[in-house]
Design a protein around this ligand. Structure first.
Ligand SMILES: [Zn+2]
Length: 1523
């Protein structure tokens, strides 16, 4: 490389570190950081300020006194950091000028040939005594000291010596995990240090190698200079520009926060670049040049560097086993070789910042030229403007070429908002055209604009004179005529003549323009120009955006139709005989050249002509208002909001910062105008006289005037671009350019041309924005969104309250409200770097555009117009479709439904919230008082639910509501009440029976085997934890069978009679829900199945089971064979069902507890329990890890109140219900988890499961309360489990620092172990999850009779699970009742569904995250896929979660996965490697698959990691628990 000596390798960073002997721990997380090493030669705009020393003695010299240094030498080279004469002294002089002096290499160079390691060590020792010439770099609170500490020869020698002696890490330690992906570290790396030190970062633990003499000498030298005893060095070696280090944070707790940061650079020069972490200061990156061919030492105080951190998300905070902090010294050596053609993110950032600067300069030039022309349309200005346009376009093109060059082809990997800036700039528009076409294009634009700007017509009086001189320009002459004249013929003449001299004259140019624009679009990678135009709108596709605009229009169309009918009727009175009652309105009669806003004719047709009009124009003229005064008035409005400083940026940003997306600022400006225009405000500023009196009539007049501008505009704002989109797409061609225009004008606006139009004309060209190439739909959007903003600001100002008739939206004026000002300031300061939806959400709480606020605003007018049109017999619309205005009965019926639901949902939230709080109070503190409160509350809630159901819901003909409407869906939910629908007697009896069963279950005890006649109170064993622990850990078959049998005797057998009552009462209650049989409810099973909303659900589940059965049978056969080996033939029949007590679980529902006994390969387990304990994890930390996982996917994080209110560990001062559950308190903000979390792997996964429920709650919190539920119950259970599939991958656990590299890098055998363990947990569960409900469905519907309850249970257990009881079972017993969910009335099929669905979700998200390719399952197998950090996956998941239960679940599923049915494909794919293994294992050993049904029955069990509490009365969506 130029000027550099080519060494055999490049650029190395060396970091010395040290543990202090003191045991003090820095508890505060230190965020040292942010030195970035990049080649920065391209960014020559980055400069450092250099301070010069004033020639006074007042400032101590940096140069050291040699005498002092000699003294130091005689001492130990270990110095306290308070020593005055070393580096910290220099630091304290910061803020004063300090001389940098000449750069000198010290010590004096020796000949390179003669340098030996010994002499080098000597030289380094001598370094202590040498005169160091420090340079101080200061800027923006950054202060760095650096000095050249070695001459060329020494530096070269040191570098060469390090090259030959340094042993860099290899293998595992050369990989790093960033954003969920493994990357080779793009450099060589090694750490040396004092014995026993390790260093953790980015999930890697780096053991230090013992010092070499040379490194030790270097470390000592630097320690001396920096007055810090470093004890550790990290060496980074960069072979060339392809090697680098990304933005990173060195915020390990291990580092001593008091120690400075120091680094030594060797080799080829390469600059440091520091970037302030505050993004607003990011333009001010600082580079520290590295003197060529010498060794630089750089030292800075950690605190000073702190603000200079990167903005990357922090890596997992390392948990040190050694609490001693470190001191760190970093070093750098130089670079050779070719630079990486691709930019690092930092480089891209710098590039973008520079580009930003240039952009504003170039843009400004162009705007000045444009302004000159617009304000003074001379030939000269036109030329200058065209020139400026071309120059600007050329600049944009070169910027675009840079942005789209291969250098930045990794732009999609950049973090936000940088990625977004690239995304935006990758669309260059017409600037991307080749130069010739670009010139041609600009020429066309200039020509068209010029024709438009200079067009004039003859006055009406001379209209018959072919030789007249055209003298009337559009502004102001023609516009005034259009606004004020009532002469039908004059208006028609002006209307036509203007089109003759403007639009018709540019028709040919426009055809060419369209073709060039489409060409530019193609170069930019768009299908046509319409797609390019809507690209800035952040929609996933152009057609999607265009559709969303279309549906907004549909929302407001009914209002427009009312206005149109009213105005047409009034105009027909004003122009008798000219307009028929079903005609479109002639376009020239609406007070505007383009009929785009009709405000000019409003005063001629006020609804109440005698009531005051709020048009203040006259008053303004009278008071001598001029433009300046008007501006001051609006300025004053801003000031009143506390927005003084914002005004300037407000307007300038609206032009410059958001050139492509004007919606936001345009809408905001108009939003303010809505407030300014209220009568209240106009009175306040004296424009509305004291005689203006508020009245209904005045209000309607006011709203009418506003609607004539705002509502009349909407179809026009929509169709201008609709027309051009069609033109660009070729749906309208040069053959029918004018006819196509009028089709839209008539079809959408309901207007007709006053004179005949032909294809000689080009009427859209008579509107400025068309020849001027300005997209228009932004105005449409702005007109809708301004009302959304207005409503939000009015709510913030408390000037609008939907429940207070004194505060309607249209009267709201938030003048002087500082809350509004603060909200606006925040929104404005978001700038263009944030997606539109963010700003929108900040202001309104909504992410979508909606016309609801607008409709709300105009509601009184709408009601007035409906009545007026009805009375006048006006039809709505035009032509054949002109409809009668008779208000349809249907509509009022729908409104009634909505009104009722509004009431219902309000009450439901309130009562449900109170009930959930009572339940929470009881479950987290079991006292009699809390129980009574809860029961009382539940009874109240139940009474209310029942009363509403009886009196309002069942009597309402909701089935007549439109198919697919939200109201109908809600009523359908409500139409079935559940058990509470029964008579009070039956219901109370049912409650009692359930309560008794739960009590028996909850208090059941078993004597230990050694003491079978124990006192149960004294020494009886409880299910949790005693019996479960025995089942999980004992390998004594006698003990297992004893415990298994005794539990069933103590629980199930005792509730058999009660259970029979429960079935009978439940069915009575079920039928009460459907007295006339219209809902098809015959028993309680039908009610349970309604959640799945499908006629074929049972059959679908049966098919699913058939699909997974072969996998289950393989696992079953394998497990049986292993148990046979372990227990022998007296306990296990090698061809029969497995005895249920041998599977590690009371119900044999999940078998992972026996994994150690059956594991295929004798390898160490991947259990992280030990590591969690060792690293000091507690419950809170585990929940944080889960929360961070969601956050990194771009999903929501829990709020502070979650942490405050949840119960995450078992309290020791009171009794609580421990089983894990997630709670939604139905108020949209209170969500909690109750769990007695233990620090082990099972709970680690359970926490993710529960946090999945919370995430679902958070995502649908904004939906109506009746839709705040899972798409179906299985969805809810699958969310957390889906994420657990990623979280529990070895790669992910490794990235969390919970698995060693060895354990994480799984061999094929280890993967089989991993999969088998997973199968014992997930696959074993499937038949159990199925049988639990299959059994109960059959009891409810009578297929299983009371007399063979137990035999039927075992028949199913045998048939589906291949299990048998270990001893004889009889009809005295009731083994199904030994499982909590049976006696607690909790449907169970949701868990079966969830166990299948979670794999479907996992696979889908893995594909979205780019982590899994179904066509290549070998390279990155599904079971190792980790979606961590993928915003694509997060977004897709979020879309699903946000829908709650508002749509049928097949629709929701289809949107995410493309499939409408639940499929077993993904789970089979996931376990495919295990299937292969099991098949050959079984085949080789000739092990039979399946089981022979035995002659007599046996038993089974299981631990329920998560239990669901079933209370019929609780709001059905408050709780989401576990299986
Ligand atoms: Zn759950």
């Amino acid at each position: 490389m130029e000027g550099g000596r080519r060494m055999n390798g490049g650029w190395t960073r060396i970091a010395f570190n040290r543990f202090e002997t003191s045991a003090g721990i820095a508890t505060k997380r230190e965020s040292l950081r942010g030195i970035e090493h990049v080649q920065s030669t391209r960014y020559d705009g980055i400069r450092l300020r250099r301070h010069t020393r004033p020639g006074t003695g007042a400032v101590p010299s940096v140069d050291r006194d040699p005498t002092n240094l000699r003294k130091e030498r005689s001492q130990s080279h270990v110095h306290s950091s308070t020593t005055q004469d070393c580096w910290p002294t220099l630091k304290r002089k910061r803020g004063r000028a300090v001389d940098v002096g000449p750069i000198r290499a010290v010590p004096k160079a020796e000949e390179l040939d003669e340098v030996t390691e010994q002499s080098m060590v000597e030289a380094l020792r001598r370094l202590n005594g040498q005169d160091i010439h420090w340079q101080l770099k200061e800027a923006d609170n950054l202060s760095l000291s650096y000095a050249v500490v070695l001459g060329k020869q020494e530096a070269d020698f040191l570098f060469a010596s390090l090259e030959s002696s340094t042993q860099y890490y290899s293998g595992e330690l050369t990989q790093i995990r960033v954003y969920g992906k493994w990357h080779p570290i793009p450099r060589k790396q090694v750490a040396y240090g004092d014995t026993g030190l390790t260093y953790r970062f980015s999930g890697i633990t780096v053991p230090a190698k013992p010092w070499t003499p040379l490194l030790k000498a270097l470390c000592d030298a630097v320690s001396h200079i920096a007055c810090t005893e470093f004890n550790f060095v990290l060496i980074n070696r960069y072979k060339d520009g392809n090697d680098r280090i990304g933005e990173h944070r060195d915020d390990e707790k291990d580092l001593d926060p008091a120690a400075p940061i120091a680094s030594v650079s060797l080799g080829q020069p390469r600059d440091f670049v520091l970037r302030h972490q505050d993004s607003r200061k990011r333009q001010k990156a600082r580079s520290i040049p590295h003197e060529p061919e010498s060794a630089n030492l750089l030292v800075s105080d950690r605190e000073i560097l702190n603000p200079f951190v990167s903005r990357m998300p922090p890596e997992l905070e390392p948990v040190s086993q050694d609490p001693k902090p470190w001191k760190m010294l970093m070093g750098v050596t130089g670079i050779t070789g070719a630079p990486d053609p691709r930019a690092t993110e930092q480089e891209a950032q710098l590039f973008m910042d520079l580009l930003d600067g240039e952009y504003s300069i170039e843009c400004n030039k162009q705007m000045v030229a444009r302004w000159d022309y617009i304000t003074d349309a001379t030939e000269e200005h036109l030329e200058a403007m065209e020139e400026a346009n071309v120059a600007y376009a050329e600049f944009k093109k070169s910027a675009w070429q840079n942005v789209t060059s291969s250098e930045f082809d990794n732009w999609e990997t950049f973090s936000e908002p940088l990625r977004r800036r690239f995304q935006k700039l990758r669309v260059a528009g017409t600037s991307a055209l080749p130069s010739e076409e670009l010139l041609q294009f600009e020429g066309l634009l200039g020509e068209m604009e010029n024709i438009y700007a200079t067009a004039k017509i003859c006055p009406f009086e001379e209209s018959g004179n072919p030789d007249c001189t055209p003298t009337l320009p559009l502004e102001p002459a023609l516009e005034e005529i259009m606004a004020l004249s009532t002469n039908y013929d004059e208006l028609a003449y002006v209307w036509e003549a203007w089109r003759e001299v403007s639009g018709a004259k540019i028709r040919n140019q426009y055809v060419e323009y369209v073709s060039l624009l489409d060409q530019a679009a193609e170069i930019n990678g768009f299908e046509d120009a319409s797609a390019m135009w809507v690209a800035p709108y952040d929609s996933s596709s152009a057609s999607e955006f265009q559709e969303s605009i279309g549906s907004l229009w549909e929302e407001v169309r009914p209002l427009y139709l009312q206005l149109h009918a009213y105005v047409r009727n009034k105009l027909s009175e004003l122009y008798p005989g000219q307009i028929g009652p079903t005609d479109p309105i002639p376009a020239h009669l609406l007070g505007n050249m383009w009929a785009q806003q009709w405000g000019n004719i409003a005063s001629r047709m006020l609804p109440f002509p005698d009531a005051p009009d709020v048009d203040v124009t006259e008053e303004m003229l009278e008071q001598g208002y001029d433009a300046q005064r008007i501006f001051e008035l609006s300025e004053e409005f801003f000031t009143s909001l506390g927005l003084l400083e914002m005004t300037e940026t407000f307007w300038s940003q609206s032009m410059i910062e958001k050139p492509d997306d004007g919606r936001f600022h345009e809408a905001l400006g108009d939003t303010l105008a809505l407030s300014v225009g209220t009568p209240k405000h106009l009175q306040a500023v004296g424009l509305l006289g004291p005689d203006y009196e508020e009245s209904y009539e005045a209000d309607i007049n006011f709203l009418f005037g506003t609607a004539m501008d705002k509502v009349a505009f909407l179809p026009f704002g929509y169709l201008i671009d609709l027309y051009r989109w069609k033109l660009f797409k070729g749906e309208i061609t040069s053959e029918n350019m004018n006819a196509g225009w009028w089709e839209l004008r008539t079809g959408i606006q309901g207007l007709s041309p006053p004179v005949e139009r032909t294809e000689e004309h080009f009427d859209p060209g008579a509107k400025y924005h068309v020849p001027a190439n300005v997209p228009y739909v932004r105005y449409f959007v702005s007109f809708i969104v301004q009302f959304q903003f207005y409503e939000a600001l009015c709510r913030a100002a408390d000037e609008f309250d939907p429940d207070d008739p004194e505060k309607p939206l249209y009267k709201c004026d938030y003048y002087g409200n500082h809350d509004v000002g603060a909200l606006l300031t925040e929104a404005l300061s978001m700038g263009y770097s944030e997606p539109w939806a963010e700003a929108m959400e900040l202001l309104t709480g909504q992410r979508e555009m909606s016309a609801q606020s607008l409709l709300y605003y105009f509601q009184p007018l709408m009601e007035y117009l409906e009545q007026a049109n009805l009375e006048a017999g006006n039809c709505l619309g035009w032509g054949d479709e002109c409809l009668s205005t008779r208000k349809e009965i249907r509509q009022s019926f729908e409104e009634e439904a909505e009104e009722y639901l509004l009431y219902y949902e309000g009450e439901y939230s309130r009562r449900g919230n109170s009930n959930a709080l009572a339940a929470w109070a009881y479950q987290t503190d079991i006292t009699q008082e809390n129980l009574e409160n809860y029961v009382e509350n539940s009874l109240e809630l139940g009474a209310w639910l029942k009363a509403e159901w009886e009196t309002n819901i069942t009597s309402f003909p909701w089935e007549d509501l439109p198919e697919g409407s939200p109201s109908r869906r809600k009523f359908k939910f409500l139409s079935v009440l559940g058990a509470a629908a029964a008579s009070a007697e039956t219901y109370e009896e049912l409650q009692r029976v359930q309560g008794e069963m739960e009590t028996i279950y909850g208090t059941a005890r078993v004597c230990p085997m050694a003491e079978p006649d124990c006192d149960l109170e004294e020494s009886g064993l409880t299910l949790e934890p005693d019996l479960e622990l025995i089942l999980a850990t004992s390998t004594d078959p006698e003990e297992l069978l004893y415990v298994w049998d005794q539990w069933r005797a103590a629980s199930g057998a005792k509730v058999r009679t009660l259970f029979q009552d429960y079935i009978r009462l439940s069915n009575e209650a079920a039928v009460a829900n459907d007295p006339d049989g219209s809902l098809g409810i015959h028993d309680m099973g039908d009610i349970w199945l309604r959640n799945y909303d499908s006629e074929t659900f049972k059959d679908d589940i049966a098919v699913l089971w058939e699909n997974v059965k072969p996998l289950y049978e393989a696992v079953h056969a394998y497990t049986r064979a292993k148990l046979f080996e372990a227990y022998g033939p007296e306990h296990v029949d090698p061809e029969g069902p497995i005895p249920a007590h041998l599977l590690g679980n009371m119900w044999a529902q999940q078998w992972e507890n026996i994994f150690p006994m059956v594991k295929p390969f004798d390898l160490e387990d991947t259990d992280i329990t030990d590591e969690l304990v060792e690293q000091g994890y507690d419950a809170r930390r585990i929940f944080e890890v889960a929360d961070e996982f969601f956050r990194d996917l771009g999903l929501m994080v829990v709020s502070d109140s979650f942490w405050e209110n949840s119960m995450l560990t078992k309290p020791d001062d009171r009794e609580v219900v421990c089983h894990a559950s997630a709670w939604d308190f139905l108020d949209g903000q209170d969500f909690r988890i109750k769990m007695c979390t233990g620090v082990d792997m099972t709970d680690f996964i359970t926490v993710h499961h529960e946090m999945g429920h919370i995430q679902y709650f958070l995502q649908y919190a904004n939906l109506p309360v009746l839709f705040r539920d899972g798409a179906n119950n299985g969805f809810h259970e699958a969310v957390g489990d889906t994420l657990s599939l990623s979280v529990s991958t070895p790669g992910h656990l490794y990235s969390l620092g919970l698995l060693s590299p060895e354990a994480a890098n799984m061999s094929a055998e280890a993967q089989i172990n991993f999969l088998l363990r997973r199968a014992l947990e997930k696959v074993s569960f499937l038949p159990f999850g199925y049988v639990m409900d299959l059994y109960r469905w059959n009891i409810f519907n009578g297929s299983i009779s009371d007399t063979d309850l137990n035999a039927a249970w075992w028949a199913l257990r045998e048939e589906y699970q291949g299990l048998q009881a270990g001893n004889e079972r009889t009809e005295e017993m009731f083994d199904a009742g030994a499982k909590y969910h049976t006696i607690a009335n909790v449907p169970y099929i949701r868990y079966f569904v969830a166990h299948i669905l979670q794999f479907t979700f996992h696979k889908t998200l893995c594909i979205k995250a780019g982590q899994y390719d179904p066509d290549d399952p070998e390279t990155n197998p599904l079971h190792l896929c980790d979606i961590a950090g993928s915003s694509e996956a997060g977004l897709a998941f979020e879309e699903m979660l946000r829908k709650g239960s508002s749509e049928p679940w097949p629709d929701v599923l289809e949107e995410l996965t493309g499939e409408r049915t639940i499929s077993a494909d993904a789970i089979l794919e996931y376990f495919a490697p295990l299937t292969d293994f099991l098949e050959s294992f079984l085949k080789e050993r000739n092990i039979p698959i399946g089981w022979k049904i035995p002659t007599n029955g046996n038993t089974i069990g299981k631990k329920a990691p998560f239990e669901e509490k079933g209370n019929v009365l609780k709001p059905r969506n408050t709780l989401a628990n576990s299986e």
